[in-house]
Design a protein around this ligand. Structure first.
Ligand code: SF4
Ligand code: SF4
Length: 375
């Protein structure tokens, strides 16, 4: 057997669903995209993600020759209904305690296997562009929604890469779009217009990005206040967004299949009830939320998102929880809670807004209350 087949066989034995190999040539498609749309990606180029640098595997490891690309299918299980439309599946799959440890261990074991074969393997903080690497290694193709799709699986996958200095037997690239010609469902249903044409997505408008891009993180210099337009588009999502994958016909076989449930996620789903998130203590945030979802490091952003989600759901039963939030200590949360009450818009909600306006000390929150009352 060749070294490539040994690696493939070992990776599959670890639980990966697809394994492919590509060269360490530069990813010129990424370089082209970044030079055409720098305003959309400057946050990922300037910060620690170093997106432009990652387009050249030689920057990741001098002497790089090959990239081992693995695909893990996280749609083999179902996800709790209570979390549907709130938290993106990938974060549930990858953040969930023991599962996260298994994913990391699998990646480490494959790295060790390569090292035992005499290869050098990159160990830096940046990685090659996963979706482009997947396509070039023939394990995925593209969807018009910009996601990578693995044949017979769909797009609920995670692609990992290992850059190495050994030569391998490279797979046939699959750089094409695998969608039906006439399908535009993902573009039609994207709530913010982030998907503005096939294979073109503006991350700055994407619900997922806006849900967890907070000041002081790798996501750049963003405002802590969500714009009214983004709030409307967020629907009930508080962390991520799966809409353009959920509507996709290529994902329907998995979405409609009867799959085993994840007992751990079912057990903790109640911790993520929107009213619970909105008024959670720091203890709840650190003990229950942060172990699963790490991009948001400060609970006030989760509370902000929960307020927006409750407003978009327009559920009058949420008024007591939102009323508690609009009287809380944090102006960011109070301002978004005011927006939520304005969305619910009932007489009761308006009474609460008027009462809060009289004693509100923050000009930001007062403006939000006035805008909510003017709706
Ligand atoms: S994740 Fe949501 S907001 Fe982002 S592109 Fe897809 S549908 Fe649009
Ligand atoms: S919804 Fe249609 S166009 Fe969009 S990725 Fe899926 S198949 Fe392609």
């Amino acid at each position: 057997m060749s070294i490539s087949s040994d690696i493939r066989e070992y990776a599959l034995s670890l639980g990966y669903d697809r394994v492919g190999f590509t060269t360490a040539e530069r990813f010129t498609l990424l370089e082209q995209a970044l030079s055409e749309r720098p305003q959309m990606y400057s946050w990922a180029m300037d910060g620690s993600l170093q997106l432009l640098k990652s387009a050249d595997p030689g920057n990741i490891m001098p002497g790089a020759r090959s990239i081992v690309v693995t695909v893990y299918d996280y749609s083999k299980q179902s996800y709790p209904k209570a979390l549907a439309g709130k938290i993106g599946r990938v974060y549930l799959a990858y953040g969930a305690g023991a599962l996260h440890a298994v994913h990391r261990a699998r990646h480490s074991l494959l790295r060790e296997f390569l090292v035992k074969l005499g290869a050098r393997v990159a160990r830096g903080s940046i990685s090659p562009p996963a979706r482009l690497a997947g396509a070039r290694a023939g394990v995925t193709d593209f969807g018009k929604n910009c996601f990578a799709f693995a044949r017979d699986i769909g797009s609920f996958i995670v692609i990992n890469t290992l850059v190495t200095d050994i030569d391998l037997q490279y797979d046939e690239p699959a750089l094409e779009v695998g969608c039906p010609d006439k399908c535009t469902l993902c573009l039609d249903t994207c709530p913010t217009g982030a998907l503005y044409q096939p294979l073109r997505m503006n991350p700055l408008r994407c619900v997922a990005y806006n849900s967890y891009a907070t000041p002081g993180t790798v996501f750049g210099n963003v405002s802590d206040i969500l714009s009214p337009e983004i709030r409307e588009g967020m629907g009930s999502w508080v962390y991520g967004c799966d809409i353009c994958q959920e509507v996709c016909p290529r994902n329907q076989p998995r979405l409609k299949a009867r799959l085993p449930s994840n007992a751990y996620l079912e057990h903790i789903a109640g911790d993520f009830a929107l009213d619970r998130l909105l008024n959670m203590s720091d203890e709840h945030f650190r003990g229950r939320v942060l172990p699963l979802l790490q991009y948001i490091g400060d609970r006030r952003y989760f509370q902000r998102n929960a307020a927006v989600a409750l407003g978009n759901l327009r559920n009058e039963d949420a008024i007591p929880a939102i009323t508690q939030a609009i009287q809380g200590p944090d102006a960011l949360v109070r301002g978004h809670a005011a927006w939520a009450l304005g969305k619910i818009g009932t007489g009761k909600a308006r009474v609460i807004l008027n009462r809060c306006l009289l004693r509100e000390g923050s000009s930001f929150v007062r403006d939000e209350i006035r805008a909510a009352l003017a709706r």
